[in-house]
Design a protein around this ligand. Sequence first.
Ligand code: PMP
Length: 460
Amino acid sequence: MTKLSNSLGAADIATALHPYTNARRHEEAGPMVMRRGDGVRVEDAQGKTYIEALAGLWSVAVGFSEPRLVEAARRQMEALPYYHSFAHKAHEPAIRLGEKLVEMTPEGLDRVFFTNSGSEANDTVVKMVWYMNNALGRPEKKKFLARTKGYHGITVASGSLTGLPANHRDFDLPVIPVTHLTCPHHYRFGRDGESEADFTARLLAEAEEVIEREGPETIAAFIGEPLMAAGGVMPPPEGYWPGIEALCRKHDILLVSDEVICGFGRLGSPFGCTHYGFTPDIMVTSKQLTSSYMPLAAVIFSEKIYDAIADNSAKIGTFGHGFTGSGHPVATAVGLENLAIIEERDLMGNAARMGARLQEGLRRFAGHELVGEVRGTGLIAGLELVRDKATRESFDPVGKVGTLAFEIAHEEGMVIRNVGDTLALCPPLIVTEADVDEIVARMGRILDRTLEKVKAGALG
Ligand code: PMP
């Protein structure tokens, strides 16, 4: 990693606790300070440029230097930099964005609640669903179903829904009633010789068994990412989502599609649920909603849920939930402009076209000595590195070879992310053919150089 040894680096080491970082290692390594972005590229404080092949944190849909978003923010800052929506207050950007989201999302999603982050949005989902079931006179219907390796955020409730050990261990989570079902990733969780169809059938049987064991009258909602992203880029097996949807309908369980990464064209379809053919009762969006230029998330949900909440708020006197920043005018103004850009430039169509090129390019590495599986769809992909392709055995400890490749990627001028030993790619939706070809070419060099280092004993 390029070290920053000047006072900025020293100040960071002296004062910051970084999210998702080994703090002691950071004291040695120091920060990689970014100072500018342009299109799909970012530049660090030493002037080295990188292709941002993860779009920041899976989020900068329109690229890093979109003047229309800057202008939308400036205009709103000047007109009304802040207002809230408590106690009947409102402002135009939040109203217009709400309307736009209802128009863009699938039929049946008719109401919008804004938060500042995906985690807060999922906490809001939990609270809305609990509030609703209390209002409907079924206070025992409170449990959530989620999946191992699912990612739904890190606040106390959303962190409980997340199914990753690092988010639970020593944080005393989970604390809400949640059952994590088997991760629907055939390569890792399929049994020896089990076909993908049999795997899907087993997962659906497991889900139904859990529902019946716990009692459907106790299960409020099933939450899942259409394609599991932050846990390692794992597309679901064929038939999984329609099967889960059918189970939810049968047992009166709400279906929550966490589209914080999949939403707005990432998979080459407008939404993850449209891509995999299911209709949720609640959808959660963020990240690409504003291209992360401003923090914003939206929970979009059915009129039926709204009605139960509305009736109860009338009885109690208020819906006692909301953030100071809920529907922030600058964030929602930026969101509106961002969605307009996505539509006008057909960035969802571009994601489908460039996604096909990316997936095809990366599949060339399926035969590489280090690569166990190449997976993904649209503009999101993962390459899982393994010690033994035949047995799928991972390197020991997991994460070491992934980190090595992540560091080599920086040397090669590309920012990626390693989730354990899976190298994740999720470039901005504006990528061109030349960008995609460059990403694939650099990935090839990263794999070759990682293999050379492994052979030279880099993993010890
Ligand atoms: N849900 C999903 C699917 C996510 O990928 C993320 C963030 N990676 C979150 C929720 C949490 O969002 P935030 O980091 O904005 O709290």
